[in-house]
Every structure is written in C-alpha cells, then in structure tokens.
Design a protein around this ligand. Structure first.
Ligand code: NAD
Ligand code: LMR
Length: 329
C-alpha cells in the first residue's frame, strides 16, 4: 500500500455505534483492502478514557489497513485535514421519546462541529450525519459551514433503506439481492416514506408483486418507519450494529459509486427535485459516480406517494423552523 491514508473522522467514537463502526472501517470495509485509513476520533472529555480502551482494542486487531489513530475532545484538532467525517456523537433517544425531542439537546453539538469542519477539514471532505435527528443535524452543520459546498453534507437514511429491503424480501420470500431501486423519501423519522411503486423485484414492480395495498400501507410502511422504536423496545437501547453498517455503506457508495441499474437512498440537500423545498436535507433516490451523487430524476410519484412525501417534508420544514427559532441556523 503506497497511497496516503484517507483521514476518517468519527464523532461519538466511544459510543455504541462507534464500537461497531470503528472496527469495520479499520478492517477495510469502507474503502477496501488497498486504501490505508487514519482514524480521527472525537469524544467529550469524560468519555476519552473509555475511548482509549477502544483504541487499545483497535491496536490489538493489527489491521493492515489502519495507518494511525488520533483521539481528542477538540473538534478543530480532530477534524484537521479530514477527508470524511461521520458525525455519530449525539444523545440517543430513549423509550417514549420522538426523534424531534432531541433537536435542542443535540443541536448545539452540530453548530460547533460544522464550524470546526469549515475551518480545518480537507477541501474534498464528505460529511455524513448519523446522530439524530440526523437530517436536521446535518442542516445545522451545513448552515454553520459556509465554505464547504452544501452538497457535501448528507444524513443517513440507508438504515431505513436496508430495513425496507429486508421487510420486502421476507414478504415476497425472495433473496435481498433480487430487490433493486428501493427509495426512502423524506425524514429519518416515523414520517419517512419507503416507496414500493418505483422499487423492482427481479425486474418487476414491487407494488404489483405485493398486490396488497393494505399490507403496503398499514404493515410495511409503519414497520419500516417505526423499526428504530421497535429495536429500542426490544434491546433497551437504540440500533447500533445495523446503524454502523448503514453508515459505512452510505459513505462507501458515496466514495466508490453505486452499481449500474440500481440506486440508494441518501438524505441530501434538496435542489427542489420532486417538489421538495430547496435546502432541506431530505432523503432521495441517488446514484453516485466519481464521488458525486445525483438525485434520480423522472420517477413516477402517484397521489399516494405525493401525500406521504409531502407529510415527511412538512415535518422537515417544521424542524428547520424550530432550529431557526433556537438560533442554530
Ligand atoms: P451512545 O450514547 O452509545 O454514543 C454516543 C456517543 O456520543 C457517546 O459516547 C457520547 O459521549 C458522544 N458524544 C456526545 N456529545 C458529543 C460531542 N459533542 N462530540 C463528540 N462525541 C459526543 O449512542 P449511539 O447508540 O452510538 O447513537 C449515536 C447517535 O446515532 C444517536 O443520536 C442515535 O439516535 C443515532 N442513531 C441514528 C441512526 C440513523 O439511522 N440515522 C440509527 C441509530 C442511531
Ligand atoms: C434508528 O432508526 O434505529 C435510530 O434512528 C434510533 C432511533 O432513535 O430510532
């Protein structure tokens, strides 16, 4: 390996998601076995000791792709020169909370981190927000980083995308590999809209194969949209390994590209496509080539889909108004 290491920042690195994420990044799951990685790990001061323990474990794996690890509690040091930033660190919701309850608790984190990235990140930085409420946290970070192109701020809906594929595969009794062109529209919240009308299974329309609107509306959509709460109820804490997996898949595809004939769901700043208010960070079907994503254009949006997308986008607009009111953007 002769290439210079790619500097990858992870915030909240001593948390649950971090414990799964770091080892997979370091083992080559993000950029492959030939790209060395330097990890930059940010935590709050009281968690640095635990983070030191995690770094000891990273050392003990002797990963060939791991070229170095730095840890710290100062974002301007940790983010210095980073090419990728995974913003995971935030307080997770607990039973009974909606993700919106986290807006004020977590908003301040993303103003500071947006400013620090603006000041010190590499020119090619790609930023993915996993910490909830992910779309609006990404909006806050983006708004506080005027020198970084807006399109470099994404939020994670890949976990919802993967959940939707898995639920549909189980319903139709097909392997997940048969399912293409899944789309999550809108917010990473209970209003999100997983779309089966543009989804294909073995080349055929998923909605037609399901042929059961009642299941689609009253089982599939709520199961996917409320899966996070179901995991919290079952596990006692929020999804971690699956969230780490989705975070890696989003960043990997953003860097290395999406396969021909398929797309992925990414929450990206809207350019007005599909009537989504410009500037909101909303989930769309996206393809990626040469490190740049594009929103897939020209998909059919029927009346049912239109109402669902509009409801989720209205929630994003409300969150935007709330953080404006709090002075965070
Ligand atoms: P966790 O509580 O286990 O870990 C969060 C870590 O963030 C803690 O170690 C904490 O010390 C750290 N942290 C807090 N403030 C920080 C700051 N200012 N800078 C750096 N680090 C900071 O939580 P978790 O289970 O790892 O989840 C992290 C976040 O991811 C939560 O907001 C959770 O809701 C969210 N999440 C999102 C998705 C998604 O699909 N978008 C899925 C699962 C979880
Ligand atoms: C998830 O979808 O699992 C996460 O966003 C955690 C949560 O609060 O639902």
């Amino acid at each position: 390996m002769s290439n210079a290491p790619v500097k990858v920042a992870v915030t909240g690195a001593a948390g649950q998601i971090g414990y799964s994420l770091l080892f997979r990044i370091a083992s080559g799951a993000l950029l492959g076995p030939d790209t060395p990685i330097e990890l930059r790990l940010l935590e709050i001061t009281p968690a640095l000791k635990a983070l030191e323990g995690v770094v000891m474990e990273l050392d003990d794996c002797a990963f060939p792709t791991l070229a170095g690890v730095q840890i710290g509690d100062d974002p301007t040091k940790v983010f210095d020169g980073v090419n990728m930033a995974m913003l995971v660190g935030a307080r997770p919701r607990t039973a009974g909370m909606e993700r919106g309850d986290l807006l004020s608790a977590n908003g301040a984190i993303f103003t500071a981190q947006g400013k620090a990235l603006n000041d010190v990140a590499a020119d090619d930085v790609k930023i993915l927000v996993t910490g909830n409420p992910a779309n609006t946290n990404a909006l806050i970070a983006m708004s506080n980083a005027p020198d970084i192109p807006a399109e470099r701020f994404n939020a994670l809906t890949r976990l919802d995308h993967n959940r939707a594929i898995s639920q549909l595969a189980a319903k139709l009794n097909v392997p997940v590999t048969e399912i293409k062109k899944m789309t999550i529209w809108g917010n990473h919240s209970a209003t999100q809209y997983p779309d089966l009308f543009n989804c294909e299974v073995g080349g055929k329309s998923a909605a037609e194969l399901v042929d059961d609107h009642n299941w689609l509306e009253n089982d599939f959509i709520p199961t996917v949209a409320k899966r996070g709460a179901a995991i919290i109820a079952a596990r006692g804490s929020s999804s971690a390994a699956s969230a780490a997996n989705a975070t890696i898949e989003h960043m990997r595809d953003w860097a290395l590209g999406t396969p021909d004939g398929d797309w992925v769901s990414m929450a990206v700043p809207s350019d007005g496509s599909y009537g989504v208010q410009e500037g909101l960070i909303s989930s769309f079907p996206c393809t990626v080539k040469d490190g740049k994503y594009e929103i897939v254009q020209g998909l059919e949006v029927n009346d049912f889909s239109r109402a669902k997308i509009d409801a989720s986008v209205a929630e994003l607009a409300e969150e935007q108004a709330a953080v404006k009111e709090l002075g965070l953007i």
